[in-house]
Design a protein around this ligand. Sequence first.
Ligand SMILES: *Cc1c(COP(=O)(O)O)cnc(C)c1O
Length: 385
Amino acid sequence: MFSESEKKKFEQIETPFYYYNLEILEKTLKTISQISQKYNFKVHYALKANSNLKILKIIESYGLGADCVSGNEVLRALESGFSSNKIAFAGVGKTDSEIKIGLNANIFSFNCESIPEILIINEIAEKQRKKAPIAVRINPNVDSKTHKHITTGLNENKFGINIEDLPNLVEVIKSLKNIDFVGIHFHIGSQITDLSVFKDLSLKVNEIQSYFAEQNIDIQHVNLGGGLGISYENPDEDSTSRFEEYFKIFSENLKLKSYQTAHFELGRSIVAQSGSLISRVLYNKKSTTKNFLILDAGMNDLIRPALYQAYHKIENLNVRAMTCLYDVVGPVCESSDVFVKDYALGEAQRGDLIAIRSAGAYGEVMASNYNLKALAQAYYSNELK
Ligand SMILES: *Cc1c(COP(=O)(O)O)cnc(C)c1O
């Protein structure tokens, strides 16, 4: 929902652009910090969802840590003020120079995804006469019941070390001198809306914890990853994700020792609802069977619909009486450059402002210059006043 004054400001800005409502962001952050403190859970923000400096600084101000998946994200987190001892660094393919960035910064943990990676981190740390804190990402083989392109916790996925390989892992870890094994890490997928899978995950983690206890290996922290879904259907009515329910499931099912802390890495559920992609109608084209609404924003600005058939709510910000069924499409020369098909919208006219909602996560960060289109700029609610 946009106020009249927001709409007036939008009229003066060149489209397409990303618009971030910081009140929604802060409301979400307040909720998260209250609930996580109650359970004594540590939340890291997954930078890959949105790494704009302004947004990062606000998130940091609520005391969250950072979850990074590249060396540049580690540098961006530091630049935004996140303290290095709250930075986790994940990713299946860390390069040597990215590992060095993490070591130089003395980050909280490297979330390692394979035995060869652990060997390399040990080698680089040895040259620097350091001990690298590592958590091992374990693939729990838990089905997150989300879209197959954002499922990450099944044996067939490239992420993490399979449970069958744990004996091997334990042997390797015991033999290495320049790593400090501090945690275990899980991340089973994204946009998860069936929260019962987090109970499945908790029970699996308990089993894995018992295995390490039998091997006399102490684990200081358990990182449960992220993945909490948002409502793409009702961004106004359900603007905050089900954080209470989410954290409660872990608090009721996860068995932690008194000295262990639970960490989370949330991305989408923190930033998605604060952002919209604002564009204009270029053309209204009727073909034999379809009405195409051609926007000046395309898959180069927001690739989620083309990449994984994601749904985003679309609104015409100009009030139009009649409704019409449209295929809302972008200008890019690809048949997949479609935001939504057969979608009911007020009858649109050239120049109407169109908002594509819930675009604060995995929107601007995935934008490209494809077709040599310029990157959409970002605007923030506190600057439009
Ligand atoms: C992407 C990612 C996250 C965040 O996922 P969301 O679904 O955005 O909450 C957390 N941890 C890891 C390792 C990731 O790759």
